[in-house]
Design a protein around this ligand. Structure first.
Ligand code: SAM
Length: 278
């Protein structure tokens, strides 16, 4: 049986060219073909490391059609490396589509780890790294952007966003408007000469910022109030009869309603029971 090629997902530097692994360089040297988001950009990287390889473009708008061409080549036995302009393919970059088609075709997928902007921003942020939600780019459309942020408002995990410099201030203002004035960290120009971390309340960061230049990751502290806290607060603002009715309308039995009302209002079950004894 003819041998099928491997699909390597190779991480490349996000600024500092020394941030590429020996394994990544060896794979780029050994594969038959490199699929790149921007072939001119990748050519510079390859030239720097004196690697000469055929390149094929693979960017967002042509992901579907190009995936089929690449899969054909993999099925013919060619080994292919997928790279993006910077960092890890598939993270706010093309990759997901070809990986799915490759899985359907029983092609072996081999990730080759390396730089990723958000991981490095997060680990140096000083915010909680135990649990986090990676959001990536928000929509450029005002309504979609706000809707997404509303959806994330009560997320207690650290939130991670990517943003282009010319949209940064607008995005920070919208985050502040929806989330309130939380602690944030901007990781700017990671691994490059002007690398810096800007920490503070969103309003202070906006106030002290000139025209944003370079690349940014936005890390936002998770909410300390959960959606459940807010819901309970709203129920506790009702009178006890309305509170009882709310659970009754959900079809709960009397015993369960009394238990919940007492728990929400932090009172003894007997107090609630006495009110609804008849
Ligand atoms: N695949 C990449 C990765 O692994 O991080 C991300 C690609 S995404 C198209 C580009 C975004 O990543 C930028 O707009 C910025 O938010 C972030 N980014 C990339 N390089 C960065 C750097 N050196 N410093 C800060 N942010 C960076």
């Amino acid at each position: 049986m003819e041998k099928i090629g491997n699909l390597y997902l190779v991480a490349t530097p996000i600024g500092n060219l020394e941030d590429i692994t020996i394994r990544a360089l060896n794979i780029l040297k050994e594969v038959d073909l490199i699929a790149a988001e921007d072939t001119r950009h990748t050519l510079k990287l390859l030239n720097h490391f004196e690697i000469s390889k055929p390149l094929i473009s693979y960017y967002k708008q042509i992901e579907k059609s190009k995936s089929n061409i690449l899969i054909q080549k993999l099925l013919e036995g060619k080994n292919i490396a997928l790279v993006s302009d910077a960092g890890t393919p598939g993270i706010s970059d093309p990759g997901e589509e070809i990986v799915n088609v490759a899985i359907q075709n029983n092609i072996k997928i081999i990730p080759v780890p390396g730089a990723c902007a958000f991981v490095n921003a997060l680990i140096a942020s000083g915010l909680d790294t135990k649990e986090f939600t990676f959001v990536g780019f928000l929509s450029a459309q005002k309504k979609e952007k706000k809707d997404k942020l509303e959806e994330l408002k009560y997320e207690t995990k650290t939130l991670v966003f990517y943003e282009a410099p010319h949209k940064l201030l607008n995005t920070l203002s919208t985050i502040c408007e929806v989330f309130g004035d939380r602690d944030i960290v901007l990781a700017r120009e990671l691994t490059k000469i002007h690398e810096e971390f800007i920490r503070g309340k969103i309003s202070d960061v906006i106030r002290n910022m000139g025209e944003p230049k370079g690349e940014f990751v936005i890390i936002v502290k998770g909410n300390i109030i959960t959606k459940k806290d807010v819901d309970i607060q709203n129920l506790n603002n009702l009178n006890i009869e309305e509170h009882y009715k709310y659970y009754e309308n959900q079809g709960l039995d009397k015993k369960e309603i009394i238990k919940r009302v007492a728990k929400d209002r932090k009172i003894n079950k007997n107090e609630v029971y006495k009110k609804f004894i008849n």
